[in-house]
Design a protein around this ligand. Structure first.
Ligand code: G4P
Length: 546
């Protein structure tokens, strides 16, 4: 992410007065995330987007994970020199007249809670599909989150350079499986694995891409007259024309209203590795993806873009800079102009929060952010008091809705392995809890020395164990508990459940919610029948944690 971009954009519009300037700047922002199943090509696409936006000249690391690891140091060096960070949480760059904020989402499903938080901070998502695999489980899960949050989704069908499924079949799958009507923006000429180029659906223009070795540099694009390609590739061209005619017949043209309402998705084809269709995706983001809009507060009242500054904390991360051991809160600016040094109010506590240390570029290098606008992400350092879901505001109060929390499905008692490091253990648990790395549950019966960690995915335990040991010098042992189902209950419910087998009531530290955890859903049903009317509320992906 580059602070320089923000400064440059500010310079251009700095003569426009106050509120109009905020609207102008917000209108130039496109803030989005890529959602995909692991291996669909998210990292490759992220690098390619930076390459095609000309933030970097060479994507030296796009040969896959093994290759990437091998060139890590060069890559980091390049990131550092250019003031961007591909491997970091947010990538910001200028593209034409726009400022693009690309937020990273964790690749693994076990960190779906983190992904959920990131999706609370974007205005659009790119659903990345592998041409050979179509919709995969993690893609579906993430798409569901987008649907719940009303986030418009663009679809990019990747890896068209190698054998895969038919384009029409993939579109059909999208429509049948998730009920999203596909609206192709580009259309491939040639089957997957034998891609000859892409047709622009609206104009019929055909573009040919020259291959680049492993996508390291930008592919050259050539506009080829249709009679030329028709003569060169009669069969592929004729098939593409038939398919386009069919699409027109069924009315697959672009409809902005349906896109913004989450009922239809613009679809683009390409191959991130070879740079095919990547610049077109950037153009589509600029043309089609929505700019930031007024965000609803907890009462459903929109906070206008030109209202005083406000922001939503969507992620808190410690140890980003090993040398400093500090903790950074990532804030999505929702309204107004953010200026470094301004004092904001923490909506939860009413306490002032100084923003002297506002930074961009996460990972290796950081640059100071002097100002930011709706859609931008600001990193606030030493944000000990901030948690994901918190609101910050200037002047007129606002409270954005809390970010929902998932129902945990894995539980383990955590204990300090070393009696002498209890203080560090406690501090570590507190820290990881407030970052939202894992949910921490307690009960009088278990006491402070042995809290229960509750995770959505088991990998979260590994992160906690590793971080407690390396950052807090508090080695721990875990005792896995045989619970898998969580329901929210109340004091009356807790009283009824006391002493029952295969169920326990614990309090979540973050929000004091009382959670009843059951061994399995059959046990839950038995209990429900036994105590008619007991409060046992489901905590699906959309439940509120606060
Ligand atoms: P991820 O972040 O979504 O997990 O995916 P990543 O970018 O790491 O890409 C996963 C693999 O897919 C990588 O291969 C990458 O080179 C390849 N890939 C990405 N985009 C394209 C594309 O447009 N065309 C082709 N042909 N491949 C692409 P890998 O890890 O080196 O090896 P392997 O998994 O293919 O064995």
């Amino acid at each position: 992410m580059s602070g320089a971009v923000v400064e440059k954009s500010a310079g251009e519009s700095s003569r426009v007065p106050g509120e109009a300037r905020v609207e102008l700047e917000a209108g130039r922002r496109r803030t989005f995330a890529v959602i995909s199943h692991p291996d669909a090509g998210k990292s490759t696409l992220t690098e390619a987007l930076a390459l095609y936006a000309e933030v970097i000249d060479e994507a030296g690391a796009v040969h896959g994970k093994a290759g990437r690891r091998g060139v890590t140091s060069d890559w980091m060096e390049m990131e550092r020199k250019r003031g961007i960070s591909i491997t970091s949480a947010v990538l910001q760059f200028a593209y034409h007249d726009c400022v693009i904020n690309l937020l990273d989402t964790p690749g693994h499903g076990d960190f779906s809670e983190d992904t959920y938080r990131v999706l609370a901070a974007v205005d659009a998502a790119v659903m990345l599909l592998d041409a050979a695999k179509g919709l995969e489980p993690q893609t579906l899960k993430l798409f569901d989150v987008c649907r719940t949050r009303g986030i418009p989704v663009l679809t990019f069908v990747n890896k068209w350079d190698r054998p895969g499924r038919e384009a029409l079949e993939l579109l059909d799958e999208v429509e049948q499986t998730i009920g999203l009507r596909p609206m192709p923006v580009t259309w491939p000429v040639g089957v997957a694995g034998e891609l000859r180029g892409l047709v622009e659906v609206a104009t019929g223009e055909f573009r040919r891409y020259s291959r680049t070795a492993g996508g390291a540099t930008r592919a050259t694009v050539e506009l080829v007259p249709s009679e030329v390609i028709a003569a060169e590739e009669p069969q592929y061209w004729a098939t593409a024309q038939d398919e386009l005619a069919l699409l027109e017949e069924i009315g697959a043209g672009f409809d902005e209203k349906d896109f913004l309402a989450g009922q239809a998705t613009p679809v683009l084809f390409g191959a991130a590795l070879n740079g095919v269709g990547v610049a077109r995706l950037l153009d589509a983001l600029v043309e089609l993806a929505p700019a930031p809009e007024a965000r609803d507060d907890a009462d459903g009242k929109p906070r206008p873009l030109d209202a005083p500054t406000s922001g939503l904390v969507f992620k808190v991360q410690a140890g980003m800079d090993r040398a400093h051991r500090d903790r950074m809160a990532f804030v999505r600016i929702c309204s107004g102009r953010f200026e470094r040094g301004m004092v904001l109010t923490h909506a939860g506590t009413g306490r002032p929060f100084a923003t002297k240390y506002a930074q961009a570029v996460f990972g290796q290098q950081r640059t100071t952010v002097e100002e930011a606008f709706p859609g931008d992400i600001v990193g606030l350092v030493n944000a000990g008091a901030l948690r994901p879901g918190d609101t910050l505001y200037a002047e007129s109060p606002v409270h954005f809705p809390a970010i929902p929390s998932f129902a945990p499905e894995h539980f383990a008692v955590v204990r300090g392995a070393d009696a002498g490091s209890f203080k560090q253990f406690r501090r570590g648990i507190e820290q990881l809890d407030s970052e939202g790395v894992i949910q921490v549950l307690t009960s009088d019966l278990r006491g402070d020395q042995a809290p229960v960690l509750a995770a959505v995915g088991p990998l979260q335990f590994e992160v906690v164990t590793a971080r407690l040991e390396s950052e807090f010098r508090a080695p721990v042992t875990l005792e896995h508990l045989g619970y898998s189902v969580t329901r929210r209950t109340d004091a009356a419910g807790a009283a009824l459940l006391a002493g029952q087998s295969e169920v326990e009531v614990l309090t979540r530290r973050a929000d004091h919610a009382m959670l009843a955890v059951f061994s399995n859903k059959w046990r839950l049903e038995t209990i429900r029948r036994k105590f008619e009317g007991i409060m046992l509320e489901a905590l699906p992906a959309g439940s509120t944690a606060h």
